[in-house]
Design a protein. Structure first.
Length: 271
């Protein structure tokens, strides 16, 4: 089971929509996927069309990562009504903010790792939608992860934010979890016609080289529309949605390669 944290150190860069796009690509390819909603805004839970009735959530798991709790916090996504496959979510909760202090104990930092170890035979890929800060929740996610992808947009502060995130990943790798590596930087909400955006992408490439992942994701409303309708991007109608789906397929290739994930030969293809 390969665990990838999807992180950004500032809000508003589309981190959750990127998580949902990657989840859609994995689901279309038949990869058994668990999405962990560790952002207190819990938007990824909404986008995956989940019924929360009678379920526990990620805050309960962080309180007590025992098997019964973990299983009660995981629900199947309504996406499986679209085509067969396995895509589940560990439900988010605004209460997760109570576990986001600046100085987590070593015991607390390992709780997500402990929880995921209980289900590791059941999934090929875990995507963790992180909180947009570097406090305890993100550290807890990274301690449980093999790789971190840093989501940024091509703006004035993108290089500084990406740099800060990569330094933090290195710090956690040295101090806490030697297996942690950056997957790379996903540049989101790109307007190809914008001279400023092209300048910022070049700046990112000059600074971080191959860590800037291809392709960059264009700004498109289709992703928000699919998210709002709680449907996977890969079944959303229209050319722009299909082009974006192809971009996410290519980003998923990086994850599959980094994690050595076995992809089913005949996974359900939605597009």
């Amino acid at each position: 089971m390969h665990v990838l944290s999807v992180s950004s150190l500032k809000g508003g860069v589309g981190k959750t929509t990127v998580t949902l796009g990657l989840a859609s690509a994995a689901f279309a390819r038949g990869i058994r996927t668990l999405v962990v909603d560790l952002d207190p805004q819990s938007d990824v839970s909404t986008g995956l069309d989940v019924s929360t009735a009678g379920r526990l959530n990620v805050a309960d798991v962080l309180e007590n990562p025992k098997e019964k709790t973990v299983r009660q916090a995981i629900a199947p996504s309504g996406w499986t009504k679209v085509h067969p496959g396995k895509i589940d979510i560990m439900l988010g909760s605004p209460s997760a903010i109570n576990y986001d202090g600046p100085h987590p104990s070593v015991r607390d930092v390992w709780k997500m790792e402990e929880a995921l170890a209980l289900v590791e035979d059941e999934y090929d890929l875990v995507l963790i939608d992180c909180a947009p800060s570097l406090n305890a929740l993100t550290r807890t996610a990274w301690a449980a992860s093999d790789r971190v992808s840093v989501v940024t947009e091509p703006g004035l502060f993108s290089v500084a934010a990406a740099d800060r995130a990569l330094r933090a990943i290195e710090e956690i790798r040295r101090g806490l979890s030697s297996r942690l590596q950056p997957l790379g930087i996903i540049v989101n909400r790109v307007r190809p016609q914008s001279v400023e955006h092209q300048f910022r992408i070049k700046e990112l490439r000059d600074r971080f080289g191959d860590l800037v992942l291809e392709p960059q994701l264009p700004e498109r409303t289709s992703l928000q529309q699919a998210q709002g309708a709680a449907k996977p991007l890969h079944v959303w109608p229209g050319e722009s949605a299909q082009e974006l789906a192809t971009d996410f397929d290519q980003l998923l290739d990086h994850i599959v390669e980094a994690g050595n994930i076995e992809v089913p030969e005949n996974g359900p293809q939605a597009h």
